[in-house]
Design a protein around this ligand. Sequence first.
Ligand code: ZN
Ligand code: ZN
Length: 393
Amino acid sequence: MTKPPIKKIIYSLISLILFSYLVYLFNVASLLPPVKTNPNPGEKEIVGVFHLHTRYSDGRGQIGDLVKAARYHQLDFIILTDHGRPNYACLQSQGWREGILVLAGSELSTSRGHLVALAIPDSISPIPRIAEEAARFIQKEGGFTIIAHPYSKTSWTWGMENEIYTGLELIDADTMLKKRWPSLWPYLPFLLFNQRAFALKMLTPFPSPFRQWDFLNQTNPPIYGFFSCDAHLMYKTLLNLFCLRLPLEKKLPSEFHASRNLVFEALRKGNFYNSIDAVQPAIGFKFWAEKGKQIYPMGSIIEIFPNETIRLKIRRPESVAAEIYLLYNGKKILASFDQEINYQPIQPGVYRVEVYLRERSILPKNIPWIVSNPLFIRMAKNDSHTLQPTTSF
Ligand SMILES: [Zn+2]
Ligand SMILES: [Zn+2]
């Protein structure tokens, strides 16, 4: 018997490895559900993406490229945040473009790190560099601020005076891409034929901003949580990764300033939820409170007296199997596969919701698909009694 030539063995081995690798990539891609574009256009909910860079600062594309990507993903709005204190060209680029509401703020370099300013006038004077001064200046000008990628370096650098900021970023694509880049090379072929799979493979649990958010809301509430895109390139891949969904009572008006106000006011009041739409569009999630006939949307601060009862209502999208977590002061107090939950809280505090996909999904099991903004329950007149005790969920 003659020995097979060594070259032939090596070629066979390489072919086998390549074949197994392709089968693995195919398997990963097959876990993705089909993209459901605009699943329910009649719903009173709008979707958009926050924290985007263009050539007005260090982004690689023009506004036209972002608008094209936003149209592809059927977004309602995008929020540009080019660097500057402020970036005037970016602010002046706002308007309706090809059916997309293009809004803009600026990402400021401050003494404590990057801070995003939204709802500021186009003609605002130069903004101070000291973070606290900048936040107060922006408030005075009618705007609000969001702490950007608070853990992109190492630790919390924003001190204790957090009531001057409206929100913080919980998750952002830029930090995630930088953290995950060394282990992403096996998925590079996805960039050629399935960019959605590549974007989702980039996701990794990153609990520090969530912990800090829960901590701040127990000490200096309210602070709202934002999923941020922080995209400088790869717009088509990134623009449906981290979305903000606003349950507005009406459709966006055609008049630009009215639409701008509606979106910025919803964000300023925390009346929105965050979702990872690339894995599955999250349309239809709801979280609200009812006290008598009064309805309180996400982000509300609700004052109650000792004998009053309040109910928290949660509804998750029906299209997929998913598990709802209700969190109280950052701790999970309820987990359920039900589609609707009606919960009577017994303690004042901060209540928020996370939803996890439990069907076969490319999303790691410990990354929430949906993150609500909180409802804050307080006793009126500094009364520290608990609410009406109950055991019913
Ligand atoms: Zn930044
Ligand atoms: Zn940025």
